[in-house]
Write a protein that binds this ligand. Structure first.
Ligand code: MF3
Ligand code: CO
Ligand code: CO
Length: 283
């Protein structure tokens, strides 16, 4: 709501939810048309990167090679990589590379490295966040190398189904908690476990904004979703447990591993909440 101006019907609708004690977005979380256009352009480059990797990733490539490809494509398109030197501000060392490459049992925040090459049967998540003219788009995909075991392939597929189910329920005038509820239900039905310690998030003007988007049922409504909000949905699925741990061998203190040390899978999109549903900005 702009200061001093008469509240619009839209403002009043949001206030009516607030009056009922529900969490509503602050004005800065509702993007202007100019911001949406900027985030959309960041999303187009981001999608170009993940598409390019579909052709480039195969047996023998190192995660350092993937990082280089991401960095080069990004620079060529006049953009920058948000992960590079990203600082949480909590004493964790800044992230050292341009993207996250999470191989097999690595759940998230895997760090590209020259000594890590991809083998037949591996699965890897590449998570890319692109900044273009100050606007952010964040997405990730799974890439499978050669002959992946059926159960692991199923994990990868089910994680994608979970993202799609999240997309179906992410509508205006519902609450962000609905997303996790629906995702967890689908994962459970398929015998998989949703990681709880990492969440989706608002994005667009900054890397990580409010609200937190849980992918499990946290038994709370969470923030109201309204047209103009931009969020990520990025479920992570494990085989036998939702628990994860921080890799003690990672000097940067970023790499998160599944407690069972079995493969883990994740897919991510950045979406705009619209009047009727949502629009994927990283398609
Ligand atoms: N892209 C991740 C996300 O989906 C965050 C990675 S932070 C980094 O939110 F520093 F590791 F890149
Ligand atoms: Co994200
Ligand atoms: Co991401």
């Amino acid at each position: 709501m702009s200061q001093g101006a008469e509240p619009t019907e839209f403002d009043l609708k949001i206030l009516s939810y607030q009056d009922k004690g529900l969490i509503v977005p602050t004005p800065s979380l509702i993007k202007t048309q100019e911001q949406i256009d900027g985030i959309r352009r960041a999303g187009e480059i981001n999608t170009g990167i993940l598409d390019m990797l579909e052709h480039e990733i195969s047996e023998g490539i190192t995660t350092e090679d993937i990082d280089r490809l991401v960095a080069e494509y990004t620079a060529k398109h006049g953009a920058t990589c948000a992960p590079y030197h990203y600082d949480l501000g909590d004493g964790t060392p800044p992230f050292p590379k341009h993207c996250c490459t999470s191989l097999n049992e690595v759940v998230a925040h895997g760090i590209p490295c020259e000594e890590e090459d991809l083998w037949d049967g591996d699965i890897i998540n590449v998570d890319v966040t692109t900044i273009k003219d100050g606007y952010y788009a964040d997405a990730s995909r799974m890439y499978m190398i050669g002959k992946v075991k059926p159960k692991v392939r199923r994990l990868v597929e089910c994680a994608k189904e979970c993202l799609n189910i999240g997309l179906e329920v992410a509508k205006p005038w519902t609450h962000v908690g609905e997303i996790g509820k629906a995702i967890e239900k689908h994962a459970r039905k398929n015998g998989f476990h949703v990681v709880r310690d990492l969440a989706g998030h608002g994005t667009g003007n900054d890397f990580h904004e409010e609200p937190e988007v849980n992918h499990y049922d946290a038994h709370e409504k969470g923030m109201l979703l309204v047209p103009g909000m931009v969020i990520t949905i990025e479920p992570m699925l494990n085989m036998t447990t939702h628990e994860v741990f921080l890799d003690s061998e990672d000097p940067f203190k970023w790499v998160i591993i599944s407690e069972d040390e079995l493969p883990s899978a994740q897919w991510e999109h950045t979406i705009l909440i619209t009047e009727t549903g949502n629009e994927i900005l990283t398609h």
